[in-house]
Design a protein around this ligand. Sequence first.
Ligand SMILES: Cc1cc2nc3c(=O)[nH]c(=O)nc-3n(C[C@H](O)[C@H](O)[C@H](O)COP(=O)(O)O)c2cc1C
Length: 295
Amino acid sequence: MDGVTDVIFRRVIAKAARPDVFFSEFTNAAAFFSDFGRQSTESRLAFLPDEQPLVAQIWGTNPDHFAFMAQALAKKGFAGIDINMGCPVKDVVKTGGGSALIEQPELVAKLISAAKQGGLPVSVKTRIGFKTKKTDEWISFLLRQDLAALTVHGRTQKQMSKVPADWDEVAKAVKLRNNIAPQTLIIGNGDVTTRADGLELAKKTGVDGIMIGRGVFANPFCFEIEQKMHSSQELQDLLNYHLNLIENSEHIMPFAPLKRFFKIYIRDFDGANELRTKLMETKSITEVREILTKN
Ligand SMILES: Cc1cc2nc3c(=O)[nH]c(=O)nc-3n(C[C@H](O)[C@H](O)[C@H](O)COP(=O)(O)O)c2cc1C
């Protein structure tokens, strides 16, 4: 997730309870293609050797950029490349990328074939339509592109996150896969908050895997195999771990983005709101630590 699942937060999640596969934040192929822009993508593509399997997610609209980036990602040691065809955000859609690709199958075929030039397994993450649902047509088209995996988020672009994800459509994608491309794994996505709930849905729909996104906000232990109760102290310990990782990072990490993580770690106890308010006023990790120690 953009602005969330960087190398630091993935380590926090790995410490709490590790998923079977990690995906990077989406990274723009046009930025990566230019010498100047590439620097800005560096922290998004940073990872540590013990994070494997780690898939790099890319987005863009230019096959030459995809081919160039795919080769570089293979050299960097990623386990696979995932192409974002699901992002509903206006700024992305107006470039023709993300979910806007749902309306451009000819370009999509070129992008997928360009991404394969790196030699890594290529997957796609997408929604079930742009303005309206068209699972049959769109998912069938993608399945004919010989993908290693296809993540299906059960909403259209227009639906953003406003309605519940439609898992009947995800199940439909599984049936299409069985007929068209038995070798392609189907990963279901949308509104799953724990591994246990994901496994139930996998049984019902036949998907091979479940992707959890926002579930980590409510519960960073959501990938746990046996769900346990976790104390507020355990959550604060994760925050301290997060701070340590930033301090020891070889990348320069700006302080402000850290604030969006406070609501993950500081919650569910008397005084949590007040403590979070104080933390939101801090300007440095030292200040954060002082407040946590006094609390
Ligand atoms: C802050 C934020 C950033 C996201 N960034 C990405 C991204 O970079 N790539 C992507 O495929 N999906 C991204 N998503 C979408 C999620 O991966 C996921 O598909 C969506 O939230 C629905 O699944 P969920 O209910 O498990 O969260 C993002 C979502 C949020 C809330």
